[in-house]
Design a protein around this ligand. Structure first.
Ligand code: BGC
Length: 363
């Protein structure tokens, strides 16, 4: 009985401390700057970050930059004017560096969210998913769907490559993860690349496969062009698409081509967007990679909370990497969460049973 009373008293004390802390937090403002809304995930990121910050008692606001760095910089300046003590920034491109420098000068903490802010020495923390692994999942899905291990030089498989925005560091990491899986098959001559063929993101040809600001219409136009030119005389077995928004645009272009009305190429994706889950169910898209934005948001607010209170962060479910992420000016502390591969076999368990979507959302 005594033990129970002591436990209850201890719990009440912790709860009391939490409320006291939460009251203190009410005077602390956190600015949440998201890059865009045309890719569905960012709306979820923004909403989850805001809810998690408010749940800890912080004052917080979220903005979306419409893939326009000038616009996002104005939004971030506005956060600084309002006295933000911490900024969570999912940047559009490295043009964000000037306002990150302003934040540092003000003593405002910056956390780079999902996308590394390159070219800056003015922040210390980065939180994201293991993006190289995301690319690996895409490469492995193609490897297994095309049975590349059994492919031969006399009957090679054909693939075309797409990458994300040239100004988003993630686009390079995703591509490197995927091409590292596929490269041995290209070198053996059993996998033929149709169109530009970079073998790593650092190659000049990489710029020919990128998609400015991750815009679907740009990917669709490039796919149509490939179908009418480089890919006119072959039947593509696969297309490396870096995310779901671009995957569906690419699939749309292929579906309008007589050659692919019966059988589409194997197309990869990322983000677990609701329309792509439907496309996976219907056999149009091969896979996606789920990066649970709820987990990224809650880990980020845990990190923010620790930093604001001057405590050493220990972030549940995230791996700390203090050596791999260099902005070009300094190495930042990176917290990495685990991505999950999603395909026809497991989409129900991963996307619906986890409560991320309702069955009725998948139209
Ligand atoms: C994110 C992806 C997203 C892409 C386009 C990347 O930086 O990691 O999840 O699909 O941006 O918004």
């Amino acid at each position: 009985m005594k033990k129970i009373i002591a436990t209850v008293a201890a719990l009440a004390l912790v709860a009391g401390m939490a409320t006291a802390q939460s009251k203190k937090n009410a005077n602390t403002f956190i600015g949440l700057a998201m890059p865009e809304t045309h890719v569905e995930r960012w709306q979820k990121d923004g909403a989850a970050l805001l809810a998690d910050a408010q749940a800890k008692g912080y004052k917080a606001e979220v903005t979306f930059g419409d893939a326009d760095q000038g616009k996002q910089n104005t939004q971030i300046q506005d956060f600084l004017t309002k006295g933000a003590k911490l900024l969570v920034i999912g940047s559009v491109n490295e043009g964000v560096g000037s306002v990150v420098a302003d934040a540092a000068a003000d003593g405002t903490i910056v956390i780079a969210y999902d996308r590394l802010i390159t070219g800056s020495k003015d922040y210390d923390y980065y939180i994201t998913f293991d993006n190289y692994k995301v690319g690996t999942f895409q490469g492995k899905a193609i490897e297994s769907a095309l049975n590349l291990a059994k492919a031969t030089k006399s009957k090679p498989k054909y693939i075309t490559l797409f990458a994300g925005s040239p100004t988003d560091n993630n686009a390079k990491v995703f591509f490197d993860g995927a091409i590292d899986v596929l490269r041995p098959y290209v070198e053996k001559g059993v996998l033929k690349i149709v169109g530009p063929a970079p073998m790593k993101s650092g190659d000049a040809a990489f710029t020919k496969i990128t998609t400015e600001n991750w815009k679907a219409d740009i990917a669709k136009a490039r796919m149509e062009n490939l179908l009418n030119n480089d890919a006119a005389k072959v039947t593509l077995d696969a297309i490396l698409a870096p995310n779901d928004t671009l995957a569906r645009a690419i699939i749309e272009a292929c579906a309008a081509d007589a050659k692919y009305t019966k059988k589409l190429p194997v197309v990869t994706g990322q983000d677990g967007e609701v329309a792509s889950i439907a496309a996976i169910r219907d056999g149009k898209q091969n896979m996606t990679v789920f990066k649970d934005t709820r987990k990224l948001a809650s880990a980020t607010i845990e990190l923010a909370d620790a930093l604001l209170q001057g405590k050493a962060p220990s972030i549940a479910g995230a791996r700390l990497d203090t050596t791999s992420y260099n902005t070009g000016k300094k190495t930042v502390k990176a917290y990495l969460l685990e991505p999950v591969i999603v395909n026809k076999d497991n989409y129900k368990a991963i996307m619906i049973d986890s409560g991320y979507y309702k069955e009725s959302d998948i139209k």
